[in-house]
Design a binder for this molecule. Structure first.
Ligand SMILES: Nc1ncnc2c1ncn2[C@@H]1O[C@H](COP(=O)(O)OP(=O)(O)OP(=O)(O)O)[C@@H](O)[C@H]1O
Length: 682
C-alpha cells in the first residue's frame, strides 16, 4: 500500500506518526527522528555518523564532461569579479530602452517550434509528473540516489513538430529541491528530516508535548517534482527549464524563479540555468531555425531595496517607466545581442560578480537582491536590417533574495531589516500575482512590489512559470522549510480553479470576524507610531510613472496601503445605486444590477485580497516578535529599539485593518441596497 497514492498535486496533509498508517515503502519511527540515521535507510546519504559526513558540495560533476559551463567556477563567485579578456564588442550592444511590454503588441505570427515534449511524454512514467500532468505516481522500493530516473533529453533530440504540445505545458510548475546537509548543520548534529520519494515529500518535525516528551509530526506534500540532494544541476535543468525552451520561439514568456530561506540553495540552483538554456536556444537558432532571422539578447539587472540596477553596466541605476498603454520599460538597461555560449557565460559571470550580497547568520554570501536575467528572442526581417528586430519570446530567470528573519541574522541592523521587509513584501506580491494569474483573475496585483511590476509583462498573455522551492534538509530549519513548502503548496493548489463567487462571499462574511480578532490582538499595543519600519520611498517612481492611479498605492511613508481605485469604484457604484430613479423597465434594471453586482463582487474580491495581505503581514510581524524571544539571549542586540519599531508597525497595521473594516461595512450596506433593488425589480 502506498501512503500517499492518489494525492493530487498541490495537496498537503499533516499526520502524526502515531496516527499514521505505515507504508510498505516508507520507514517510519513512531516517536522520533532517529529513523533517519539508519545506514540501511535509503534516504540517508553519505558515510560516517553524525558530524563526520563530508559535505560534497561542488565536487559533483553535473555535466558528464561535455559541459562548457563550469559550475564550480561560479560557486563562491558572489562578490568576486571574474575577469575575462573577451569583452563584448560594442556593436553587439543595443543600448537604451528595453520595452518589456512590447510583446503584447508586436508579436510575430505564430510559428511552429520543435518540441521536447514527445521525448518528455515518453519518459513521464519514469519521471513522475511533468508539465501538465497532474497525476502522481510512486515508484516501489527505496528511493535511489536520484529523485527519479531523469532521461537524457536534449532540446535537439526531438525535432518533431507538434503545435499542440506547448499548450499542454502547465502555466505553473512547482518543483522542490532539497540540498544536502552542510558542514555547519553537521557540526551541530542536525538531522536530515526530509524524506523524498518521486514527487512526494515529507517533513518529520520533532515537537514537544506539554509534558516535554518528544514526538514527530509528519507533514506530507506532493509537488510537480521533488528533487533530492543527489540530483545534479543538469537534472534540475531538464526537469524545469528545458521543456519550456522551445515554446519561447512561440511567443511565450516564461519565468523561472527559486524561492526559499537564505542558504537553501537558490543561487546554486539558479546560476547554471540561464547558460544551459542559452545553449539550447542557440542550438535551435543554429539548426532548426537557421537563417530565419532569430536573435538572442541578454540583459541582467537586480532589484535592491526597491530600486533597479544594471548588473552588466556597473550597477548603473535604472528607471522603470510605464506608459499610457501600461507597457513597462526599463530605461537605460543594456541589452546584449549574443551568438555564442562563451559570451553569454562571461556576461552572466560579470552580472553575478556585480550582484549585491551580504552576510546573514545562515549564509555568508547571502543574496540581498533579486537578480533578474532575461534571455529575449527577437526576429528581424531577413534582408532588412534597418528595422529593429521584433520580440518573439522571453525567458526570465529570477534568483530571489533569501527570505530573512530576525533570528537568522547575526547583524540585526536597520539595513538588514529593511532588506528583509522589502524581500518579504515582494515574495508575498509574487505569490499573489501567480495565484491571480492562474485563476484568470482580471485584477493582477502587480503593484504589490517592484519585482512584480518589473515582471508584469512576463505574466500576462501566453506565459509559463516554474517555481523551484529550495529547502534545507536540517532539523534546525524545519520551520523555514515548512514555510517554504506551504508557500509552494499554496501557489500550486490555490492557483487551480479559482475562487467561486460563493467562496468569496463566505470569505467576506468571515472577514469581519477575523478583522475583529486581529484588532483584539493588536489592541494592547501602544498607539505610538513613532519611527516607521524604514520603508524607503522610491522617489523615482513618482518621476517616471505616467499611468493611471495605481490600484495599490502607498498612502504615506508608513508602508500602509490604501485601495484608491476601490474608493473611486465606491463613489461610482453609489452613483449607480440611483438606479432606483430610472424608469421602471425591469430589463434595464436587471442589466444595470448585473453591472452593479459585478462591481460589487470585484470590490469584494479586492477586499478579501486586501484583508489577506493584512493578515499575512500581521503573521510576519508576529513571527518577528517570536524571534525576538530567541534573539533576546544574544548580546549586542538592540532589543528596545526593535520592539519599539515592531510596535509602531503593529499600530499601523491595526489602523489598516480599521480602514478595511470601514470599507467592509460600506460594502455590506451597498450589498444590502443592491439586494433590495434586485428583489424589487422581480
Ligand atoms: N544542491 C546543492 N548541492 C550542494 N551544495 C549546495 C546545494 N545547494 C546549495 N549548496 C551550497 O549551499 C550554500 C548556500 O547556497 P546558496 O548561496 O545557493 O543559497 P541561497 O538560497 O541562494 O542563499 P541566499 O538567499 O542567502 O542568497 C552554498 O555554499 C552552496 O554551494
Amino acid at each position: 500500500m502506498n501512503v500517499v497514492r492518489g494525492q493530487r498535486s498541490g495537496t498537503s496533509t499533516t499526520v502524526h506518526d502515531d496516527e499514521m498508517q505505515h507504508s510498505d515503502n516508507f520507514v517510519h519511527s513512531s516517536s522520533n527522528v532517529r529513523w533517519l540515521q539508519s545506514p540501511d535507510f535509503g534516504y540517508y546519504k553519505g558515510g560516517g555518523g553524525q558530524g563526520t559526513r563530508v559535505y560534497r558540495n561542488s565536487q559533483r560533476s553535473d555535466s558528464g564532461g561535455s559541459e562548457v559551463f563550469d559550475e564550480s567556477m561560479m560557486l563562491g563567485a558572489l562578490g568576486q569579479r571574474i575577469n575575462r579578456d573577451g569583452q563584448v564588442s560594442p556593436n553587439e550592444l543595443s543600448p537604451g530602452l528595453l520595452d518589456l511590454h512590447s510583446f503584447d503588441t508586436e508579436l510575430l505570427s505564430e510559428m511552429e517550434a520543435p518540441s521536447t515534449f514527445n521525448a518528455l511524454s515518453m519518459d513521464q512514467f519514469a519521471r513522475g509528473t511533468s508539465f501538465g500532468d497532474p497525476e502522481t505516481y510512486f515508484g516501489y522500493g527505496k528511493q535511489s540516489g536520484r529523485a527519479r530516473e531523469l532521461p537524457d533529453i536534449n532540446v535537439m533530440k526531438s525535432s518533431t513538430t507538434d503545435k499542440d504540445k506547448p499548450n499542454n505545458v502547465a502555466k505553473i510548475k512547482v518543483v522542490v529541491r532539497k540540498r544536502p546537509l552542510n558542514k555547519k548543520e553537521l557540526t551541530k548534529n542536525e538531522e536530515d528530516i526530509i524524506q523524498t520519494q518521486s514527487n512526494y515529500l515529507a517533513v518529520h518535525e520533532t515537537k514537544l508535548k506539554v509534558d516535554l516528551t518528544e514526538y514527530v509530526e509528519k507533514h506530507e506534500f506532493v509537488f510537480d517534482a521533488v528533487l533530492n540532494e543527489e540530483v545534479s544541476n543538469d537534472e534540475v535543468y531538464q526537469e524545469t527549464v528545458e521543456p519550456i525552451v522551445p515554446i519561447i520561439f512561440q511567443q511565450t514568456k516564461a519565468t523561472c524563479f527559486a524561492y526559499g530561506q537564505t542558504g537553501s540553495g537558490k543561487t546554486y540552483t539558479m546560476k547554471p540555468l540561464p547558460l544551459k538554456a542559452s545553449r539550447d536556444i542557440l542550438r535551435l537558432m543554429n539548426h532548426t531555425y537557421r537563417n530565419q532571422g532569430f536573435q538572442l539578447f541578454v540583459s541582467f539587472f537586480e532589484i535592491y531595496g526597491g530600486k533597479l540596477f544594471d548588473l552588466l553596466n556597473e550597477r548603473k541605476k535604472l528607471f522603470m517607466r510605464e506608459d499610457g498603454k501600461k507597457q513597462v520599460c526599463i530605461v537605460g538597461l543594456d541589452e546584449y545581442r549574443v551568438s555564442d555560449v562563451e559570451t553569454i557565460k562571461e556576461l552572466i559571470e560579470k552580472g553575478n560578480a556585480t550582484r549585491s550580497t551580504g552576510t546573514t547568520g545562515a549564509n555568508e554570501e547571502s543574496s540581498r537582491s533579486h537578480a533578474i536575467l532575461q534571455l529575449a528572442i527577437k526576429r528581424s526581417v531577413i534582408g532588412n536590417n534597418s528595422k529593429p528586430p521584433k520580440p518573439v519570446g522571453k525567458l526570465s530567470f529570477i534568483d530571489l533574495a533569501g527570505s530573512e528573519r530576525g533570528a537568522d541574522t547575526t547583524d540585526n541592523d536597520k539595513q538588514t531589516r529593511t532588506e528583509g521587509a522589502e524581500i518579504n513584501k515582494s515574495l508575498l506580491a509574487l505569490k499573489e500575482c501567480i495565484r491571480a494569474l492562474d485563476n484568470d483573475q482580471n485584477h493582477i496585483p502587480f503593484r504589490g512590489s517592484k519585482l512584480t511590476e518589473v515582471l508584469r509583462d512576463s505574466f500576462v498573455g501566453n506565459s509559463r512559470t516554474v517555481m523551484i522551492s529550495c529547502i534545507s534538509p536540517s532539523s534546525g530549519s524545519s520551520e523555514h522549510t515548512l514555510n517554504t513548502l506551504r508557500y509552494a503548496d499554496r501557489v500550486k493548489s490555490l492557483s487551480k480553479g479559482g475562487i467561486s463567487k460563493k467562496d468569496v462571499l463566505s470569505s467576506t462574511l468571515n472577514l469581519k470576524e477575523s478583522t475583529s480578532m486581529a484588532l483584539a490582538a493588536t489592541s494592547t499595543i501602544e498607539d505610538d507610531v513613532g519611527e516607521t519600519w524604514d520603508e524607503n520611498k522610491d522617489d523615482d517612481d513618482e518621476e517616471y510613472y505616467e499611468e493611471a492611479k495605481p490600484t495599490w498605492q502607498k498612502s504615506n511613508k508608513n508602508d500602509m496601503y490604501s485601495y484608491s481605485n476601490s474608493e473611486n469604484n465606491l463613489k461610482k457604484s453609489n452613483g449607480q445605486m440611483k438606479l432606483k430613479e430610472l424608469p421602471p423597465k425591469s430589463d434595464a434594471r436587471v442589466a444595470n444590477s448585473d453591472t452593479d453586482l459585478d462591481a460589487l463582487l470585484k470590490e469584494e474580491e479586492d477586499l478579501v485580497n486586501a484583508h489577506r495581505r493584512q493578515v499575512e503581514e500581521m503573521m510576519d510581524i508576529v513571527r518577528e516578535e517570536m524571534n525576538l524571544l530567541v534573539v533576546a539571549d544574544q548580546p549586542g542586540n538592540q532589543l528596545d529599539d526593535y520592539i519599539t519599531k515592531l510596535n509602531a508597525i503593529l499600530s499601523q497595521k491595526a489602523a489598516g485593518i480599521v480602514q478595511l473594516q470601514n470599507r467592509l461595512a460600506q460594502f455590506q450596506r451597498r450589498l444590502k441596497e443592491h439586494n433590495v433593488l434586485i428583489s424589487s425589480s422581480r
